[in-house]
Design a protein around this ligand. Structure first.
Ligand code: SF4
Length: 186
């Protein structure tokens, strides 16, 4: 697996303050994607031991709520196995931290991937410019869904996802949540 960046104390890609791993590789080619530089699975840097330690150093901090996998697409075939292994290790070392995953793929295609057992929240679907709404929290266009993975997988019909509402009110309390920010369950 290769990656472009690791961002710290991020509050735009999930609940609380998070560390975000931006992987290389995406084949969704969404029109006006904000990160086309991440499409090439051979771009960026190798995800090596130093990068792994950089993530763990962040997850060791009490105030870090968890990790978000983004990109690129962490479920690109070039990434899937390494992402699964990394998630397994994180789940074991940090059982109380949350794992979020952004993907351009749809929930219906990915819900049975083995790595889903480690994931708390998936933001699914390709970015669709005509459905862009800057008031949306955690997603760029209204077709995307913020899914509570474990509650959905417990259902008899997991194809009908349970949405994750999250703690956005709390997250925005210090920055005076704008009146027009909409939660993911609105
Ligand atoms: S899935 Fe995300 S990274 Fe991939 S093309 Fe679409 S917006 Fe860009």
């Amino acid at each position: 697996m290769r990656y472009h960046n690791i961002t710290k104390d991020d509050m735009l890609n999930g609940d609380g303050l998070r560390v975000v791993l931006w992987v290389a590789g995406c084949n969704h080619c969404c029109k006006n994607c904000q990160n086309p530089i991440t499409w090439d699975p051979d771009g960026g840097l190798p995800f090596d031991e130093a990068a792994r330690e950089e993530l763990f150093e962040q997850l060791d901090k009490d105030y870090i709520s968890g990790i978000t996998f983004s990109g690129g697409d962490p479920l690109h075939p070039a990434n899937r196995l390494d992402v699964r292994r990394l998630m397994a290790e994180i789940r074991e070392r940090y059982p109380h931290k949350t794992i979020w995953l952004y993907t351009g793929d749809s929930w219906e295609n990915i819900l049975y991937y083995p790595l889903m057992k480690y994931v708390d929240v998936v933001v699914d679907g390709e970015y669709r410019e005509e459905l862009h709404d800057q008031k949306l929290l955690w997603k760029g266009s209204s077709n995307q869904r913020v899914i509570d993975v474990q509650r959905t997988l417990e259902k008899t019909d997991p194809l009908s996802p349970v949405l994750h509402c999250g703690d956005y009110e709390q997250a925005y309390i210090d920055v005076k949540k704008p009146e027009n920010v909409r939660g993911c369950c609105d």
